[in-house]
Every structure is written in C-alpha cells, then in structure tokens.
Design a protein around this ligand. Structure first.
Ligand code: GLA
Length: 400
C-alpha cells in the first residue's frame, strides 16, 4: 500500500513537472521575432503538399535554415470539410498533414498552419468557430508549431450579428475569440507560436499579449509594391514600445523577391523589417529564387539586427524632406542606423546631410555598412547620396 502510494506520488510529481515544463516551453516561443517562410504572398491558393516540401527543401539547400529561417507556414486554402464528429479534414491538396509535418520536422524545421475564429477563412474555407479545442488538439497531434489566426468572417458572422452598431462589444467578442484559441493551444501542452491576424484594429498591440499573442499584424495586407510597403512602414512609427521578447509587432510577411520590386527596394524592405524587429517570414518562390534575392534574405548582419537579443524595436528618429533616419538600439550598447531615400529620384539626397547630433551622437562614428560589408566613417552633417528607395544601413558597435 505504502509502495503504491509513493509510486502514485511519483507519477503525480512527474505529471505536474511535465505540465509545468510544457507551460514554460509555450511561454518561451518567439523570444526573438519568428523567422521562416509562408505560402501566401507568392502561392496564395496554389499552395499544396508538394510546394511545402519543396519550400522546406529549399530553405535547407539555400542556407536560409542556417541563417535562422525555421518555420515553414501553410497559409489559407489547406482546409477541407468537417465530418459528422466535427473533425476537420484537409482538402485534396494536402493528403496527409501528419506526414507533411514529419517531413518538415525531419529537415530540422518547424511547421505552421492557418485558421480563422470565424466560420470561414478569408479565402472561404472552413474556419474554427465552435471547434477551437478540437482543432487545436488536432494541430498538436499533427505536430504543428505555429498558428496564424485570421479574423475575416468573424467580423460579419459574429461581431456584427451579435453586437450590431456597438464597437466596444464587438471588440470584446473579438478578444474573447482570440483568448479562446490561446487557451485551446496552451491546453495541448505543445509550444505553438500564436500569430494574431486582425489587421491592426482596436489597438491590437495594447491587448494582444494578454490573449497570448506572440505577434500581431499591425496593418492590412502587404503587396509587392514600394508604395504599399512604404505605407506600412509609415504606420509602424510609434508602435515600438509594444514590442518585447515573446511579443512582436507584425507589419506582415516579406515580399522580398516578389512582384516588380527593384533590387534596392527589396534591400530597403528587408532592412526596415530588421529595424522594426519584425517577424522575417519570406514569402517568395524559393525553388526559383534569384541569387541576389537569396543574398538579401541571408544577409547575416541584417538578420542579426532583426534578431538582436535586446528585443528593442527601432524607430523613425527624424526625417528631412524625402529622407528618413531610423535607429535601433542593440545589445551591448550598439546602434543600427538606417537612412532611406523614400523619394522617387536621387535628387532627394543630392546630397542629404546626416545629423549625428539628432541621433544623440557626437563626433566621428565608425561602423559597418551592412550591405557592402565595408567599414564606414560618419561625421556630423555627413553628405549622403542614395538612389531612390535605397538604404544605407550601418551598425555602430561603439557609438560615441
Ligand atoms: C488575409 C490575411 C493574409 C492571408 C489571407 C488568406 O487577407 O491578411 O495574410 O492570410 O487572408 O486568405
């Protein structure tokens, strides 16, 4: 009897230790902004099992994995129908999600999935409304490591139906829906990154961490056009105080290598996402990635800015006309400076005089130009000339 009770005590201790280590593991995800790839920006509804495997293969083959890209995220359009017991099945594009997750894991990568708190996803596929626990359990059984939860149909089908004309009540319904899925994910005991996608409404940055969000979209959808990217960037200034380890502002997935973005626009886009401590989720066609795009996405110095352990998001320190100067404080007292010509031609910076004083620096500064790899010296009122939409990104190890 005594032997039995000490045995059951030992089992109890083991169970509670496992449970608490699982909670701790869940709270340890996204200590730095998540890095990986997501299917939506390039493939949208054309994503399938084969494409996800190819993306995983390429992340390894291109060196992106070694550079820190770990999550391979399936966005919308994987969902099939629910059966009589409410179990959601995949559609024909994804014959066996568990096998796919195993494949991605076998490469040393992690896998992400997508759903909506509403009855339907943004692309009109099956959402999780009323099946949150069931779905979360299934994700955990498949081995899912990341969930993007996209509001969409929850707006008309729940918020507007249940609280018509009452924005405060609508917001509460939305927050409750995000909290519900967070609880369901935590109950699985599996560490799953929780990504909120509700387009930056209702000051999401103020409450997302309280509903378990590790990252939250701050705007509507990105597009592979400079104007859209720059509009998103402009909407990030001021949000820096909400970012911290485990909780990140998400200005949306990367468009590097997509559309007709010029090389310098790709470079500036990537530099700014690093300055913003943004999640770095590439969204391009990896099997057909051009070498110059790979060089941007795998620039270790720029990635180090994004992943800086201090976790302090950068800010727009000042702008003069069509030139913006962003700074980010880094671990060990280092400083990243990004000077961007947001104008449509080079005459915006012909030349531009960089004021070190306005950055709180005095005297000559020595740093590394992170796109040329060369050492640069900056003096106060340094004349700089940049091509349209290009960036000068400098890391100063010991600012004076
Ligand atoms: C919304 C999101 C996008 C993408 C699509 C999928 O528009 O903001 O990032 O997930 O839905 O339908």
């Amino acid at each position: 009897m005594r032997a039995l009770s000490s045995l059951s005590l030992a089992v109890l201790v083991m169970v509670s230790l496992t449970a608490s280590s699982q909670t701790m593991a869940a709270s340890r995800v996204a200590q730095t902004p998540p890095m990986g790839w997501n299917s939506w920006n390039y493939f949208a509804g054309r994503v399938d099992d084969k494409g996800i495997r190819a993306a995983a293969d390429q992340i390894v083959a291109t060196g992106m994995k070694d550079a820190g890209y770990i999550y391979v995220n399936i966005d919308d359009t994987w969902e099939g129908e629910r059966d009589a017991s409410g179990v959601l099945h995949t559609n024909a594009k994804f014959p066996d999600m568990k096998a796919l997750a195993d494949y991605v894991h076998s490469k040393g990568l992690k896998i992400g999935i997508y759903s909506s708190p509403g009855p339907k996803t943004c692309a009109g596929y099956e959402g999780s409304l009323g099946h949150e626990e069931q779905d979360a359990k299934m994700y955990a059984e498949w081995g899912i490591d990341y969930l993007k939860y996209d509001l969409c149909s929850f707006i008309p089908e729940v918020m507007q139906k249940q609280a018509s004309g009452d924005p405060a009540a609508q917001m509460q319904l939305m927050q409750a829906a995000y909290a519900k899925m967070d609880k369901a994910l935590k109950a699985t005991g599996r560490p799953i990154v929780y990504s909120l996608c509700q387009y930056g409404w209702d000051a999401v940055w103020e409450w997302a961490p309280s509903v378990g969000g590790n990252l939250w979209r701050t705007t509507g959808d990105i597009e592979p056009r400079w104007d859209r990217i720059y509009a998103i960037v402009s909407q990030q200034a001021g949000l820096e105080k909400y970012a911290a380890s485990g909780h990140w502002n998400d200005p949306d997935m990367l468009e590097v290598g997509n559309g007709r973005l010029k090389l310098e626009e790709n470079r500036t886009h990537f530099s700014l996402w690093a300055m913003l401590a943004a999640p770095l989720l590439a969204g391009n066609d990896l099997p057909n990635m051009k070498p110059e795009i790979k060089a941007i996405l795998t620039n270790r110095d720029v990635i180090a800015i994004d992943q800086d352990p201090l976790g302090k998001q950068g800010t727009r320190t000042y702008s003069d006309g069509e030139v913006e100067v962003w700074t980010r404080h880094l671990t060990g007292g280092a400083l990243a400076i990004a000077v961007i010509n947001v104008g449509d031609n080079r005459y915006s910076t012909h030349p531009f005089h960089l004021s070190l004083r306005r950055l709180g620096l005095s005297g000559k500064q020595t740093g590394k130009d992170l796109w040329t790899g060369k050492t640069v010296e900056l003096t106060d009122n340094e004349p700089l000339e940049l091509a349209s939409h290009d960036v000068l990104l400098v890391r100063i190890a010991v600012p004076k």
